[in-house]
Design a protein around this ligand. Structure first.
Ligand SMILES: Cc1ncc(C[n+]2csc(CCOP(=O)(O)OP(=O)(O)O)c2C)c(N)n1
Ligand code: SF4
Ligand SMILES: [Mg+2]
Length: 287
């Protein structure tokens, strides 16, 4: 018992966690200590927690700016105790581009849902990634439009029921298309330097997701181009499930379609060079 007390008192609080000690989560300074509007079992709150722990740990609260999406995380400015902006639906990459270009020494995070990013904001995101804009996108993929009542999103699984697909998403007879794998799509762009996909359905995946986000934020602060972490996240309310069932559903149904891991990692090779490894053509005056 004495040994345990000594270990606890020796532990240091870093990023809101005890390291070298064995217990206790502190409350991140960057996260207001208030009840949230999110439903029980929602993944957004876990993701907020990870982001704020990392911002605290990196000592960047005074230089952090987040662009909040239109979607259930539209409430995020009630929880994040650092600067935030609320652009129109899908336009957060454009806003994040402007902010990062004007304030390059700031940590700029572009928070987006799957409807926000992969439907209405597809053009903004593809071009921001292609230009190698130096902000970090946190892409919350819950395979549904959460805020507006469970309509089909571009990431809704084949066969998954939604308010606008009551018999399940049907690419063949109903022409609803297939789930878009945004991370794989953006990975083909030269300006995208780091893209990973995590999940928040269990402790191991949360831990791994945290590592991906840390890597992306650190790369951003080193001036390396576009970075993104996609996060598979549960929406028990619109999936019509209890929270426990929803984390199992995510594991069994979403992960096989959206595999976890680092999809693209060029951090070691590209460092802070200009985006793109395509050979540049030299054109003389006579050409
Ligand atoms: C221009 C515009 N079109 C449509 C909407 C309605 N709308 C609000 S949130 C939303 C979808 C949100 O889904 P998602 O981005 O997946 O976020 P989630 O709530 O699932 O986290 C839509 C279509 C809007 N607010 N503005
Ligand atoms: S509707 Fe879904 S995404 Fe929105 S707060 Fe509830 S569980 Fe979360
Ligand atoms: Mg969604």
């Amino acid at each position: 018992m004495q040994q345990l007390s000594k270990q606890l008192s020796d532990g240091q609080l870093v990023d809101g966690r005890l390291v070298d000690g064995r217990l206790v989560h502190g409350h991140p300074k960057s996260l207001y200590d208030v009840p949230t509007k999110y439903c029980g079992g929602c993944g957004h709150g876990i993701i907020h927690r990870i982001i704020t722990e990392l911002i605290d740990g990196m000592g960047l609260r005074e230089r952090a700016i987040i662009t909040n999406p239109v979607g259930c995380a539209i409430w995020a400015d009630l929880y994040f105790d650092f600067d935030s902006v609320q652009p129109p639906h899908g336009r957060t990459p454009a806003a994040a581009t402007g902010i990062k270009r004007v304030l390059p020494d700031h940590l700029v995070i572009c928070y987006q849902g799957d409807g926000d990013m992969a439907a209405i904001g597809t053009a903004e995101m593809i071009h921001a990634a292609n230009r190698g804009e130096k902000f970090t996108t946190i892409f919350v993929n819950n395979a549904i439009y959460g805020m507006t009542g469970g309509q089909m999103a571009p990431t809704t699984l084949v066969g998954q029921k939604a308010a606008t697909a009551p018999d399940g998403r049907d690419p063949d007879t109903a022409g609803m298309g297939y789930p878009i794998r945004v991370s794989e799509l953006l990975s083909s762009l030269e300006g995208a330097r780091y893209i990973a996909r995590g999940a928040v359905n269990n402790a191991a995946n949360i831990r791994k997701t945290r590592q991906y986000i840390r890597k992306a934020l650190e790369a951003q602060m080193q001036g390396i181009g576009f970075t993104m972490v996609e996060i598979l996240s549960q929406c028990p309310t619109n999936w019509g499930m209890e929270p426990v069932q929803s984390v199992e559903w995510l594991e069994q149904n979403m992960i096989p379609v959206f595999p976890l891991g680092e999809i693209k990692n060029t951090l070691a090779t590209v460092a802070a060079e200009p985006a793109g490894n395509i050979a540049r053509i030299t054109m003389g005056a006579d050409q």
